[in-house]
Design a binder for this molecule. Structure first.
Ligand code: NDP
Ligand code: 8X3
Length: 252
């Protein structure tokens, strides 16, 4: 078993998959989480091809008992999680609040806020016991600003931003670092999920710009995790070069 372990939520796609891989390439054993078992198997094979070990946990992060059971199932050293990457999340829909679909809101709130809390609540006590750890919360530029029709997604990411600050206050005394990474436009499965499989609408999000890639976010996650022990990076906001803020994007 490697000296260090990272647990990555939402490791079946996008940022999480790239983050799992970059930690593996840097010698970490990786606990990969997500609902899609076949994707977890693919990522497990990618990680093992680097020489690191992978352990796949399939659960829905919205189910508190499932999250607790998954974390409690870790043994033989896997339970010593050094880095927790809170990445699982999604946007569903893009419409005004008065026309919003309540089920979409609940999916976002339950995944992006409650899911992040459930897994942190399950993993953090072990870090506190060992007096060391690093929690990396994937927020968003949508947690810094609000854009038209982004209402509930933006609210969930503002909550992640607040929780990032709150966790740091609660855990600094236990020698646990807490970092937020807040990306702007990045091409993954994100837009396809937001537009419920409508590839044309999803493609339009990135039209005329070179968006961030999952690898860009993974490199940032690895950078913050590999700073010297006495250094903590509090918050990274990153966008494609063509994006100034949530609403100012220069397209070709
Ligand atoms: P993807 O859609 O590519 O990946 C999302 C991941 O989250 C998948 O692995 C998915 O796994 C997992 N996930 C979603 N719902 C659940 C659930 N209920 N239980 C367990 N896992 C779940 O998106 P990204 O990689 O782009 O997004 C990752 C994070 O980054 C999200 O929090 C997103 O809000 C944020 N973000 C994305 C940006 C972008 O432009 N792409 C920009 C800024 C932030 P599975 O479906 O297998 O369960
Ligand atoms: C995803 C970035 O701008 O699409 O969090 O909300 S944005």
């Amino acid at each position: 078993m490697a000296e260090k372990r990272v647990l990555v939520t939402g490791a079946t796609a996008g940022f999480g998959r790239a983050i799992a891989n970059i930690f593996a390439r840097n010698g970490y054993d990786v606990i990969i989480c997500g609902r899609r078992k076949e994707k977890l198997e693919e990522v497990k094979a990618e990680i093992e091809s680097t020489g690191s070990k992978a352990l796949a946990l399939s659960f829905d992060i919205r189910q508190q008992e499932a999250v607790k059971d998954a974390v409690q199932s870790l043994k033989n050293g896997w339970e010593k999680v050094d880095v927790l990457v809170n990445n699982a999340g999604l946007a569903v829909g893009l419409s005004s609040l008065q026309e919003g679909i309540v089920d979409d809101w609940e999916r976002m709130i339950d995944t992006n806020i409650k899911g992040l809390l459930y897994i942190t609540r399950a993993v953090a006590p072990g870090m506190i016991e060992r007096k060391s750890g690093h929690i990396i919360n994937i927020g968003s530029i949508a947690g810094k600003e609000v854009y038209a029709n982004g209402n509930i997604y933006c609210a969930t990411k503002h909550a992640v931003d607040a929780l990032n600050k709150a966790m740091r206050i609660d855990m600094v005394q236990h020698h646990i670092k807490v970092t937020g990474i807040c990306p702007g436009l990045a091409e993954t499965e994100f837009a396809l999920v937001r537009f419920k499989g409508d590839a044309e609408r999803a493609g339009a999000v990135y039209k005329g710009i070179q968006p961030l890639t999952a690898e860009d976010i993974a490199e940032t996650a690895w950078w913050v995790a590999s700073r010297p022990a006495h250094v903590n990076i509090l918050d990274v906001v990153m966008t494609p070069a063509a994006q100034a803020n949530s609403t100012t994007v220069v397209r070709k």
